[in-house]
Design a protein around this ligand. Structure first.
Ligand SMILES: NC(=O)c1ccc[n+]([C@@H]2O[C@H](COP(=O)([O-])OP(=O)(O)OC[C@H]3O[C@@H](n4cnc5c(N)ncnc54)[C@H](OP(=O)(O)O)[C@@H]3O)[C@@H](O)[C@H]2O)c1
Length: 280
């Protein structure tokens, strides 16, 4: 696996930043000494220090010292955060070489560029990652802003792709994908919990039910990946006539599972676009 020599910064060291940063370190793409993370409450960055990463409460240090800077604050924090950065930023000729990567849900490249216009020749990439990146099973999409060059895209692709699958897409697809990849892990966690609860209701001990529910979801996903078969084909293969599985599948249909999941993806995508427009 290729390595990166660049210094990697994170403005905001919460869950998404940690998934990316710890994932990159664990995969050996970067070393912890290459990373600097900032946040307003230094005590909330302890898990980074436990990894051996330096932390600061000064966002400007991250912009000044780092080469690739992930912006990982909540969407409504973007404006105050950028305003504060602008106030304290001393532009240098290194600014045009820096690469910014935003993970903010719903905030488009144009708004990101407007907020960071104090950086000369701003290179901004909008990315939508997800938290399974911390275990190298993430999904991310990304789109480039004005001054981004091929080499920048390759670096971002290397980082994101080392933590799962990554794809460059037209920007107007990012919000639509977010309902699936950004929010989807939470939907699947809920389904896993429900599978386990069903087994507990039937008398299976909790720990075993939870372990098996995870394995069932992982096994089903891997079967689709390895065989390349359509999910409906695989489902038909396990539904014997008059058998137990088709009875369960019927219950899922009665509960409108498919329409419910489709609605969840659609509503999350819409909410993502709203977050970008309205902030909160
Ligand atoms: N979580 C996901 O699954 C996911 C998926 C895709 C995209 N995203 C995007 O990732 C971004 C972060 O989400 P998250 O889930 O990681 O949230 P989070 O865990 O709450 O992290 C946000 C971080 O920003 C810090 N922060 C607050 N104000 C700041 C400031 N002025 N300057 C620097 N840092 C500041 C917070 O520090 P304190 O805690 O000390 O206040 C916190 O560590 C969001 O824009 C979200 O849309 C998240």
């Amino acid at each position: 696996m290729a390595k990166l020599d660049e210094k990697i910064g994170f403005i905001g060291g919460g869950n998404m930043a940690f998934a990316i940063g710890s994932g990159l370190i664990n995969r050996g793409i970067i070393k912890c000494g290459q990373v600097l993370v900032s946040g307003p409450n230094i005590e909330n960055l302890q898990r980074w220090r436990d990894l051996g990463v330096l932390t600061t409460d000064d966002n400007n240090k991250v912009v000044d010292k780092m080469d690739i800077i992930f912006i990982c604050v909540k969407p409504h924090i973007l404006k105050p955060c950028a305003t504060e950065l602008k106030k304290n930023h001393c532009g240098t000729n290194k600014d045009k070489d820096k690469l910014f990567v935003s993970v903010l849900a719903g905030v488009n490249v144009k708004d990101l560029e407007d907020n960071f216009c104090f950086i000369d020749h701003l290179k901004m990439i909008r990315c939508m990652p997800n938290t399974p990146m911390q275990v190298s099973e993430g999904c991310s999409v990304y789109s480039a802003g004005s001054y981004v060059v091929q080499q920048d895209l390759e670096k971002v692709h290397l980082m994101l792709n080392s933590l799962g699958v990554a794809q460059q897409v037209p920007e107007n697809m990012i919000d639509a994908v977010t309902g699936l990849s950004g929010c989807g892990p939470a939907f699947v966690y809920t389904i896993i919990e429900a599978l386990a609860d069903g087994a507990v209701k039937n008398g299976v001990p909790r720990q075993m039910a939870s372990q098996f529910a995870v394995q069932v979801v992982m096994g089903a996903a891997k079967t689709i990946m390895v065989t390349g078969k359509h999910p409906a084909t695989l489902r038909d293969e396990v539904c014997s006539p008059g058998g137990a599985t088709i009875v369960g599948v019927h219950e899922l249909e009665k509960g409108n599972l498919r329409a419910t999941v489709m609605n969840a993806v659609e509503m999350s995508s819409q909410r993502c676009a709203d977050l970008g427009r309205k902030g909160k």
